[in-house]
Design a protein around this ligand. Structure first.
Ligand SMILES: [Mg+2]
Length: 437
């Protein structure tokens, strides 16, 4: 055993552990385990009823166990008597194939067999709003172009500093914090790393931001589009593939003929993302609300900063994929509701398909895609709603091969139920526009 959690508890003064897992809908669930019981739990896992979470299980299924990954241990900087752990789900002694962290690890293992290691960094945008969730929390944050507004940023300094200090203490390498493009919206950036580490940190970041905001009588939301007229919450990711040792960036080629500093491996991977984009939307934009961000009307600030077509570019934020620098690309499709594990599993499933099948991403486009979309002929459109995305995932042979039928079937079934629940809701818009038909 690499790390003995019992010993860690004693040496670090941890009294309780959160043994957590993320279900298919991205919900973080946990058991709070006293340090006296962590020895057995580390071996056997914490027991859960699968049906009680968003996993496609029935009440008749046997116990599911969350076996903690000791390498994921994070001691809460603001509550050091608690240690947080990500866990992998097991049932009947076998990993649950239709669970997000297990699915990501399977993709990483597949890549590793090919000598590949994916590194990623994520940019999780969020709003700080009123505790009841209805309004912005800062009445003075009203500029139509509020991005980088120093005054509004510094009015939230007490909570931003606590979050950033926590990341410094945890060794994540945070390097900048800003007010983003919507009133009440913020973004905090930390160093990129191996994909699993970034995914675990992404999960913890959301928990940390929500908790510390609550401590300041605020509420943090990562909802893709909480306000119709403001820019939504994206979750852009920077992606690169490295050799097994993690020293050589396999996406880097300074002699790239297209001038973007990318290798043929990078273009193959990109080709896979472009080829599978519609189906990936189900994972990257997994809620009804997601489609109000990626297909949204121009916002008060003048741009949505979200893509609506499947195109890639150089350092140009109006396309789905931006290449800001040599040797990596930024995928701008995902939003704040994306499941941190399924998102990264999706990158790999699509990217490896691109490499295996030599997918061509086509030529980069350098137009302003918001102002002049007609300049790109034949660009694929993104799904207009969740149902279209779910159907695309259901039909995707490649993502099924990558993620496994068990996971895709479970995800499609549960998300279709969610879509049906949404459709059963009668909206004011319908009444306003149909009552006198
Ligand atoms: Mg941003």
């Amino acid at each position: 055993m690499a790390v003995d959690l019992s010993k860690e508890a004693k040496s670090r003064g941890i009294r309780y552990f959160l043994i957590s897992f993320v279900d298919l809908f991205g919900n973080l669930r946990a058991k709070l385990v006293p340090a006296r019981a962590i020895g057995d739990m580390q071996k056997e896992g914490a027991g859960f009823a699968g049906f009680a979470a968003w996993l496609d299980m029935t009440p008749a299924h046997p116990d599911m166990f969350g076996v903690p990954d000791p390498d994921s241990l994070i001691q809460l900087p603001w509550q050091p008597e608690i240690g947080w752990l990500a866990s992998d789900l097991y049932m009947d002694g076998k990993p649950v194939a239709a669970s997000p962290r297990v699915a990501l690890k399977a993709q990483l293992a597949k890549a590793q067999k090919q000598g590949l290691r994916m590194k990623t960094g994520v940019e999780c945008e969020y709003f700080l709003i009123s505790e009841d969730g209805t309004t912005l929390s800062d009445a003075r944050d009203t500029q139509s172009k509020p991005c980088y507004d120093q005054q509004a940023l510094m009015r939230r300094y007490p909570v931003i500093r606590e979050i950033c200090d926590s990341m410094i203490e945890l060794g994540w390498g945070p390097y900048q914090n800003d007010h983003e493009d919507a009133n009440g919206q913020f973004e905090m950036n930390w160093d990129y790393d191996d994909a699993l580490k970034t995914a675990d940190r992404h999960v913890f970041f959301k928990y940390m931001v929500k908790t510390l905001a609550e401590n300041h009588q605020l509420r943090a939301t990562f909802m893709p589009k909480p306000f119709a007229d403001l820019t939504g919450n994206g979750c852009h990711a920077h992606v690169s593939l490295w050799d097994k040792g993690g020293k050589k960036n396999l996406f880097l080629d300074k002699k790239d003929k297209r001038g973007l500093g990318l290798s043929s491996t990078a273009y193959g991977f990109l080709g896979g993302i472009v080829h599978n984009a519609e189906a990936l939307c189900a994972l990257f934009n997994p809620t009804v609300n997601s489609y109000k961000r990626i297909n949204g009307a121009v916002t008060r600030s003048g741009a949505t900063w979200a893509p609506n077509t499947v195109t890639y570019s150089g350092n140009n934020r109006t396309h789905m994929i931006r290449v800001p620098d040599d040797g990596r690309f930024e995928l701008r499709l995902m939003d704040g509701a994306a499941n941190p594990y399924l998102m990264q599993a999706g990158f790999l499933a699509a990217g490896l398909d691109g490499l295996e099948n030599d997918r061509n991403p086509g030529q980069p486009q350098f137009n302003d895609m918001y102002a002049e979309p007609h300049k790109v002929r034949g660009a694929k459109r993104l799904p207009l709603n969740l149902l279209d995305a779910i159907r695309a995932l259901d039909k995707s042979k490649r993502l099924r091969e990558g993620l496994g039928d068990e996971l895709v079937d479970a995800f499609v079934k549960l998300k279709t139920q969610e879509w049906s629940a949404y459709c059963a809701h009668l909206s004011d818009w319908e009444r306003d526009n149909t009552l006198d038909c």
